[in-house]
Design a protein around this ligand. Sequence first.
Ligand code: 8X3
Length: 255
Amino acid sequence: MSQRIAVVTGASSGIGAATARRLAAVGFHVVVAARRADRLDALVKEVGDAGGSATAVAVDLADDAQVAALADAVANLPGRLELLVNNAGGARGADYVEAADIDDWRWMYEVNVLGTVRVTKALLPALEASGAGTIVIMSSTAGLIVYEGGGGYTAAKHGTTAVAETLRLELCGRPVRVIEIDPGMVKTDEFSLTRFGGDAEKAEAVYRGVPNPLVAEDIAECVAWSASLPHHVNIDRMVVRPLAQAAQHKVHRVD
Ligand code: 8X3
């Protein structure tokens, strides 16, 4: 049997890196894609040391030519591409709409929506040719509901969710399933830090007093599980929150 290949975008940290580790542990050859080559190289080494295998591809998902080069790199690997995890994304800023920073909003649309679309377009032929392809789209609870100060991010993630739903309709009858995963509060090294422009105190305050926010490995497990089900089983959407978060605004905190 030839090697099963998975591509994970945004794999240099957080949910993407944890997902790459998890998929390698269950036998995929994992192509880890992100901009930061040094981090990807370290991850490839770590995966190898743990008995798995991975390939690093440094790529800016905003660049068509670089995404085409990613697809070429995947095509040149022995094996078949069965799984694409569109994980790259992020939030910038917490401005109210009336004070929206247009550059931040544009960046969020670029990374959360257009990056997903570019990579999906480029890799869909190989996923389909495998006869049993899976596309995971990492959206967010922010793709299902809005909140004050979240306008740019929730607009972008609603876009990501719309792409997932549209794609599933358009691929109906073809051998590629589309799984949307919507994490709520996940404590990772970078998500909130990026959102607050590197302000560690503000980033930390997001999780202050929350007993056990989700961690990247929790979402990685959701990806690996949903992608491991028999191919006729399609988990359309998985909403995953920590026990302490009953809804976007309903978060249990202890002093
Ligand atoms: C992250 C969830 O609550 O920060 O995608 O919008 S939230």
